[in-house]
Write a protein that binds this ligand. Structure first.
Ligand code: SF4
Ligand code: SF4
Length: 94
């Protein structure tokens, strides 16, 4: 079941919550971080996250990557995904 929110004018819409970021595609550019107003995302050095396979990412010069640190604070605005040049984000609706 998906959540429903309202615009200021009362129009319903379905929020799209940031679920994960593809660590293999992310170049650590920070665009998504700049547009998020909820402190959901954070940049980490590659190698800090044990769940990341560092052997096979697209840009070997990228020393950092973004992660979804506080998913519970996401409002589902979707701005991060729209600004990402590498199409890294996966969203969920509930
Ligand atoms: S969907 Fe909006 S609130 Fe959630 S992480 Fe992306 S920019 Fe932040
Ligand atoms: S905008 Fe995309 S490529 Fe840039 S840091 Fe965010 S997830 Fe990574």
């Amino acid at each position: 079941m998906s959540a429903t929110a309202l615009t200021r004018g009362g129009t319903p819409y379905t929020p799209t919550y940031a679920e994960s970021i593809d660590s293999k595609k992310c170049i650590g550019c920070g665009r998504c971080y700049k547009v998020c107003v909820r402190d959901v995302l954070t940049l980490v050095d590659r190698g800090e996250d044990d769940e990341v396979d560092d052997d096979d990412w697209d840009d070997e010069d990228a020393k950092a990557m973004m992660i979804v640190k506080n998913p519970e604070d996401c409002t589902g605005c979707g701005a991060c995904g729209r600004t990402c040049p590498k199409d890294c984000f996966t969203f969920v609706t509930a």
